[in-house]
Design a protein around this ligand. Structure first.
Ligand SMILES: O=C(O)CCC(=O)C(=O)O
Ligand SMILES: [Fe+2]
Length: 342
């Protein structure tokens, strides 16, 4: 495995090797800067003891999930210093020598710590301009033993993010017309699968020819994202790509995933997104995908289908099987979801 980081650091690199030449779909117009403001969820209001304030936020959460599949969360209770440390320590990991990082070389989908490049280079004809570190942090916690202090930061961060996700999913349960603890119980969130992913996108000499991550949706319920202040994330909205810069300090960007689309019977569709690269600075993003328990069978919630008198649009599937299917193929839009759609 050759990392993009070492390639990008090679002196006099003017052109990308042809294996990285990705052609953006010609039917896709280039991304425009965002016109509508991204919905903002104030977590302190969502968890407020004042029922009116909570109801108002739940309505906004419903709109965010239905119309966007994407929102920003503020007043979330995770300290700014912890978020900064996550970025800092993740960045230190990638600065270690290749031999040190290779200890964690990707050995397969459910390998607890996976260092690698692209998405699934065994299956891809074109590689992504991206190196990654994926760590399973729940139900069992794992961490690389280097750099110093990474483990403590990851442990604290994953716990805090889980609390936040639990609160968001309880709001989503209510907004779907279910009991507030319904999602937690039905999808066995006590043993939820939580994977922390660090994406590293080094500067690229021909950014218009390469892609950081191709269009895809995430497999879990909700993904939370922070980055090092460098833009590059784009989401598909009403058929058009729009760039999203996390220029709002101390906030999380959240997107809905495939398991939430299935569970909500298509009410909350998972959002397609991609990462583009630039020729000036390294971009680093840290995402946490929060899913059901690996052994939970995910299907449209009966109450959701009954309430709006619609048949189920997705077949039941164990989350573990879905995850293995998504991770062992190429990353192409929402094609994985098509396999469970009726
Ligand atoms: O780097 C980004 O902004 C997007 C990352 C992403 O989509 C992912 O980790 O699934
Ligand atoms: Fe993603």
């Amino acid at each position: 495995m050759n990392s993009v980081k070492s390639l990008a650091e090679s002196p006099d690199l003017k052109h990308i090797p042809s294996i990285y030449a990705y052609s953006l779909n010609s039917t896709d117009p280039p991304a425009s800067d965002l016109q509508d403001p991204i919905p903002t969820i104030d977590f302190s209001l969502l968890t407020s003891t004042d029922p009116d304030l909570r109801s108002q936020m739940i309505r906004e959460l419903d709109i965010a999930c239905k119309d966007w599949g994407f929102f920003r969360v503020i007043n979330h209770g995770v300290s700014e210093s912890l978020m900064k440390m996550v970025i800092e320590k993740s960045s230190e990991f990638f600065c270690m020598r290749e031999e040190e990082k290779k200890e964690y070389e990707d050995k397969g989908v459910l390998d607890p710590i996976r260092y690698g490049t692209s998405f699934n280079h065994n299956k891809e004809a074109v590689f992504c301009w991206r190196d990654f570190l994926k760590i399973i942090v729940h139900p069992d916690f794992h961490s690389p033993h280097k750099p110093l202090g990474f483990r403590d930061v990851l442990l604290e961060y994953s716990k805090k993010v889980r609390e936040l996700v639990k609160g968001l999913l309880s709001g989503i349960s209510t907004s779907l017309g279910l009991d507030q603890s319904y999602v937690e119980e039905a999808l066995k969130l006590q043993s939820s699968l939580q994977i922390l992913i660090v994406n590293l996108y080094p500067p690229c000499p021909q950014p218009e020819l390469a892609i950081g991550l191709p269009p895809h949706s995430d497999h879990g319920l909700l993904t939370l994202l922070i980055n090092n202040g460098v833009g590059g994330l784009e989401i598909k909205r009403n058929g058009k790509w729009i760039s999203v810069n996390n220029d709002y300090p101390n906030s999380f960007l959240v997107n809905t995933g495939d398991q939430l689309e299935i569970f909500s019977n298509g009410e909350y569709k998972s959002v397609e997104h991609r990462a583009i690269v630039n020729d000036a600075v390294t971009r680093l993003s840290v995402t946490v995908t929060n899913g059901p328990s690996l052994d939970a069978v995910v299907e449209p919630a009966k109450l959701v289908t009954e309430e709006i008198s619609r048949p189920a649009y997705y077949i039941p599937m164990k989350y573990k099987e879905y995850l293995e299917m998504q991770q062992s193929n190429k990353l192409v839009g929402k094609t994985c979801l098509d396999r469970v759609r009726i």
